[in-house]
Ligand binder design. Sequence first.
Ligand code: GLU
Length: 459
Amino acid sequence: NNSHIISMEQYNVEQKIQDFIAKVEAKNPNEPEFLQAVKEVAATVIPFIAAKEEYRGMKLLERMVEPERTIIFRVPWIDDKGEIQVNRGFRIQMNSAIGPYKGGIRFHPTVNLSVLKFLAFEQVFKNSLTTLPMGGGKGGSDFDPQGKSNNEIMRFCQAFMTELCKHIGPETDVPAGDIGVGAREIGYLFGQYKKIRNEFTGVLTGKGLAYGGSLIRPEATGYGVVYFCEQMLKTKGEDIKGKTVTVSGFGNVAWGVIKKIDELGGKCVTISGPDGYVYDKDGITGEKIDYLLELRASGNNRAEDYVKKYPAAEFYAGKRPWEIKCDVAVPSATQNELDLEDAKKLVANGCICVTEAANMPSTLEAINYFLDNKVLFSPGKASNAGGVATSGLEMTQNSIRLNWTSEEVDARLKDIMVGIHKACEEFGKEEDGYVNYVKGANIAGFVKVAEAMLAQGVV
Ligand code: GLU
């Protein structure tokens, strides 16, 4: 048995991965989140490239880690006290091989170049997985919406779009929401774009229904996650019914996840915020789900308020929900919110499935722990793609100048999620039948972009 001896070929691939990472690291210092996202992709995609004659030597991944364009701009605005405020705005136009740049805008104090580059890089693979013609991009600002008045939000959105409108368009780059950017912000951004450009076009998605939005778009990310989770469980002959589910966050994504899990007979028992997590052993059901919308709209960003409204629930300050026993975990808040220690707790407590709803919520160490323990684990770029997929459906409806019914959009969303699951199985199924969704999503997402880039030459 020679299995412990590393073959020369394998050694070379390992070396290639390390060399590649070292170069990306040297070229992008102080960008830990971006490097984390690149490392996860490189580990699975470089061996794939090495084994494929047509891809070798074409520098495909080298090109993909370099944004096609990075726009950084000043966003000056005046607050309610009449004081001048200055924020930084960004748009990363990562890859347009398969369609116009597409991806959300995040307003959060943690936003910086590294965070947006990781998000834009992930978006390229995610959008490819949807099978819709969308390239990858991401944008945002270090603006903190917390505690701002409605007028301040509007003025900031207008100031942000005054510069951004020079760089986007329905055939160029179509932004949407992300953390801190919901229907209200999209409305203000759209209004300013329309005023300056004098064009009524589908330049943004996540729009209100009155001006070109799509039914089901608000629910889409969360619903898509649950449709994907259903497929994952099915590989083990299981379903959502009767499962106890831990969820983090309480924003738009967590809301959609909880709503759909409840509908399918599962029980969500946690939400979380920057202040800690809430454990509701009776389950977050009925009017409590609607209350999540209120909680979010309050702008306080405090999960603890839930317990004031529903005193039977418990609040744990400064902690994460992953210590609660569950069958399924759905991290739905933000990047790196689930680390190795959390992963160990989940596995020890019998969790069989982790379906990521946020972007890169698990650290690399946590992911590897799940994979080593053969827990069903799906990366956000696969399982949360329903949001951007439905944005793609919104773009289609805008183009044909028609609106589809909820049933029609929902059916298409479901089809897309089932399709992504199939693609992950195709490239990620191991000999023992275990599906490595990280590998599957990375390779399946990569192939379409790679084919397009090869066809279009060195541009
Ligand atoms: N921000 C969402 C994501 O992470 C949605 C992007 C979009 O709809 O363009 O995929």
